[in-house]
Ligand binder design. Sequence first.
Ligand SMILES: Cc1cc2nc3c(=O)[nH]c(=O)nc-3n(C[C@H](O)[C@H](O)[C@H](O)COP(=O)(O)OP(=O)(O)OC[C@H]3O[C@@H](n4cnc5c(N)ncnc54)[C@H](O)[C@@H]3O)c2cc1C
Length: 452
Amino acid sequence: MRIVVIGGVAAGMSAASQARRRDPGCEVVVLERGHDISYSACGMPYNIGDPARGLEDLVILSAETARSARGIDVRTRHAVQAIDVSRRVVQVADLEAGGNYALTWDALVIASGATAIRPAVPGLDLPGVFVLRDLTDARHIKRYLADVKVSTAVVVGAGYIGIEMADVLHGLGIAVSILEKADQVLPGFAPAIVEVATHALERHGVSVQTGTSLQGVQREGDDLMVHSDRGVIRAQIVIVAVGVRPDVALAREAGIVLGASGAIAVDSAMRTSAPAVFAAGDCAEAHHLVLDRPTWVPLGTTANKQGKVAGANAAGGDEHFGGIVGSAGFKCFDLEVARTGLGASDIASAGLDAVAAVSTHHTRASSYPGDKAITTVVYAERGSGRLLGAQMIGGEAVAKRIDVFATALHARMTLAQVEALDLTYAPPFAPVYDAILIAATVGVKALAKPRQ
Ligand SMILES: Cc1cc2nc3c(=O)[nH]c(=O)nc-3n(C[C@H](O)[C@H](O)[C@H](O)COP(=O)(O)OP(=O)(O)OC[C@H]3O[C@@H](n4cnc5c(N)ncnc54)[C@H](O)[C@@H]3O)c2cc1C
């Protein structure tokens, strides 16, 4: 029994390890076109922000350890060029030694991930202009920051990776400008959250231009001239963080069905439309439990879990992935931002009738020093009162508070049920009524009001 895995990061290595665990007798081959396997992409911005730390700190499992300790045949710099689902063969290019070979499989896991979107404007291939998708990108950025005197940076895109990079570059003493095409930073977040985030960016001296499109980058001496439809900014580094798209070319060409999102359609066992072919991670869809339909939310947490299920099933198991509610969190300078479930645009496109309720509260009891503000937006369905989503921003303990809302979404709770939860109170951690309970109370009141 040979299981071939395409891609050796979160989903791929989870699948490979799980397959070997489930069936120690099976042969598992991981084909990874890059240099690295099994690393924490999520940790890359913070590592770039710390010149004293090496990027190898992000490696969870090296190719050597995967081979020697887990018995996985890891082949880095081996790119799969085509999948033949009827003959159960992949065509592989050895990018170091040169040449191609065919490799047969009994089960295949596609874990080809996502690629960073590069807008079609001139100058994005200039030295000093980067995307941040993988460890090679991180290496290039880190080396550039060590070698070149950078005093100003432009970050294109104000989603979570753009904000994390702005934070990190600012921490290195670099003046940062953010260009964002949408009319707000943090696209997808509610106005109340965006307002607090925008103030934090301003407080830290970050220049933010929303409603602004990148038009190109030119080199002028040692500097990069970043052109937008609002003017020109001089910088020494440009980070382009305008989103990712699923890497599905191989699957598409093999005739494997893609979902409406453009990612590979899978069932809960991570089976694709082709027999014995599984897909997991950023290249695959996931069932959204609030929408009750497949969606594409490319996150590491999902990639790891889906990979595990795909690997187990490729080795003959019967595991199922439970679905997602779309939980994510990140740091925005001295604040934490997190969300779960649906936002306003998801609610509108799903045709749901919902209220949005905004509340501002505290992270600790007023009797305890160090209290920080926390703003919450909850969305709930009119009529049923069902919680649909929540977003929070504040000085501490935000990401873990959002997990209470995420749990409530899994349990399909109403906002009134959230309001009745028995949550911890102790002055260092929360006021008597936690921000979660206050947000639920405000939401329940909004649900009771007649529509205006
Ligand atoms: C800067 C940054 C910060 C992030 N922060 C967070 C976070 O805080 N929380 C969170 O949950 N998620 C976060 N993510 C997202 C998370 O890293 C991804 O969801 C996760 O890496 C997806 O894993 P994957 O294995 O599906 O895909 P990938 O990590 O994209 O790996 C896919 C691999 O497949 C290889 N491959 C593709 N095609 C072929 C081929 N034809 N042949 C051989 N190999 C191939 C690629 O080279 C690649 O190495 C972050 C991502 C980035 C970039």
